[in-house]
Design a protein around this ligand. Structure first.
Ligand code: SAM
Length: 461
């Protein structure tokens, strides 16, 4: 009986979501002036098409990306995102018939991007799902219990058993795209059914979850609900891209190095949002993704240790960076920031712990900009002459010093033939990211440093 209900949900979702226009975001009452000047997107629905699939830290607002694509490119152009995260740019580019390329290091983000941009063969979904249900609810199913480091710290035994059973059943589906789609739907609930705090991106055990049975329904019900929500988004997306010829390529790798697949001078537009700083002290993309990646065995084929992702991202490795690294001399703003830090350091005793901690933090900052600098150089290499490179970023405060990342980017980019055309500011209203971060390093003391982000427009000369 329950099986019929589950399958009925799928059928209804496929039929109900017949058509949503690719420009479903645009409010009819938006005037031209408002369209040009409004970058806040207060009123817009951010959960359309496949954008509703899986949350991810510091995602683009789809409408913002769309507005930039429309303004700075033509149908048939190629758009690149060198930090594509969960693929918002890729989805929007495809909806607008632009070819897109995404580069990303985090295995979970790569899988989310793939799922959000890959149409499914809908005619077989019900058949495969039915078999998967039969398998999952078979009391004598012979499945492997998944194990990874600290699994019992994060999950109760009953959850470990059910999740393992579900992954085993998903892996038996012969259609890999559907498998991935189901895995991402499962990934979306893996925090909720864990002993980890659900809010935030870092991993902290939630003592309230330990004490009681924290989820009321059978795991499968949570999973199914999420799957149906996602399927609705995919059907909308598939309908909207009917007849669209644009291709989307997702590359696994580090944007600090050149990717041979993207030829020199081949890209018409770059839109990207780099991390705001090193993952340890800003947004921990790796920690956010870790449980899902461990459960789903991601990273193995890519040769990535999913427990170490944060160390691989921009600014993750400080050991080769000195406080007077060459990058300092490419940006006067960065040089001023470094001098400000050096002055503060000179007031501390070199032998004290506080000095060493501060020095490490300063090196983290310099290392981040050093890494960012190499990605700017590579971006310029990919871009055609006269074309635009747009970065969306926030400026944080470290040790009470404001790091003007937008200005630093403009100054660094100049060395690679990229000229600053404009910087626009946007209030962060509906972006999924932590608004408060530690600016002083004093435990518990937080300041709301990132309430505004900058849209930096560079042009290759
Ligand atoms: C601000 S997020 C991008 C979010 C994306 N715009 C979206 O809508 O989901 C920055 C991304 O940069 C990735 N990243 C950091 N360092 C990287 C590197 N060296 N190479 C490639 N990707 C990197 C992080 O894993 C993260 O997903």
């Amino acid at each position: 009986m329950f099986k019929a209900i589950y399958l009925n949900d799928i059928e209804n979702t496929i039929l109900r979501n017949k058509r949503r226009d690719a420009d479903a975001y645009e409010k009819e009452d938006v005037s031209i002036t408002e369209w040009i000047t409004n970058w806040d997107f207060k009123k817009n629905n951010i959960d359309l098409f496949t954008h509703k699939i899986h949350r991810y830290p510091a995602m683009f607002i789809p409408q913002l990306t769309r507005k930039l694509i429309q303004k700075f490119s033509e149908p048939g152009d190629t758009i690149l995102d060198i930090f594509c995260g969960s693929g918002t740019l890729l989805v929007e580019a495809t909806l607008l018939n632009r070819n897109s390329i995404g580069i990303e290091l985090n295995p979970l983000a790569l899988l989310i991007s793939k799922v959000k941009t890959t149409p499914l063969n809908l005619s077989n979904v019900i058949k495969h799902y039915e078999k998967m249900i039969d398998m999952y609810f078979n009391p004598s199913l012979d499945f492997n219990l998944i194990n990874f480091n600290n699994i019992e710290f994060w999950y109760k035994k009953s959850a470990i058993k059910n999740i393992s059973k579900l992954i085993f059943s998903i892996n038996k589906i012969p259609d890999i795209d559907l498998q991935d789609f189901l895995k991402i739907s499962l990934s979306e609930i893996l925090r909720e059914v864990s002993l980890c705090k659900h809010s935030g991106f870092k991993m902290h055990r939630d003592s309230r979850k330990e004490k009681k049975e924290w989820y009321k329904k059978e795991l499968f019900d949570y999973f199914h609900k999420t799957f149906i929500k996602n399927l609705g988004g995919l059907v909308e997306y598939q309908n909207a891209i009917e007849g669209i010829t644009a291709k989307c390529i997702i590359l696994n790798g580090d944007s600090r190095r050149i990717h041979k697949q993207v030829k020199k001078g081949s890209v018409d537009l770059i839109i990207t949002s780099p991390p705001y700083g090193d993952s340890r002290t800003t947004v921990a993309y790796g920690q956010f993704s870790r449980l899902s990646s461990q459960w789903l065995g991601l990273g193995k084929e890519l040769n990535v240790d999913v427990a170490q992702v944060d160390n691989e991202l921009l600014g993750g490795k400080t050991k080769n960076t000195e406080i007077d690294d060459d990058v300092i001399f490419k940006s006067i703003t960065l040089k001023n920031i470094q001098e400000n830090f050096l002055y503060k350091l000179s007031n501390l005793n070199k032998d004290e712990k506080e000095y060493k901690k501060f020095l490490k933090r300063v090196k983290d900052v310099i290392s981040f900009y050093k890494d960012l600098d190499s990605t700017l150089s590579n971006a310029s290499y990919y871009l055609k002459n006269k074309k635009f490179f747009i970065l969306i970023t926030g400026s944080r405060i470290v040790k009470e010093v404001k790091l003007h990342t937008d200005i630093i980017i403009a100054e660094l980019a100049e060395h690679y033939g990229l000229e600053l055309k404009s910087i626009m500011y946007r209030n962060i209203i509906n972006k999924r990211m932590p608004y408060k971060v530690s600016a002083t390093n004093i435990v518990g003391e937080k300041s709301s440093t990132m309430t505004r982000e900058s849209i930096i427009i560079l042009q290759k000369e």
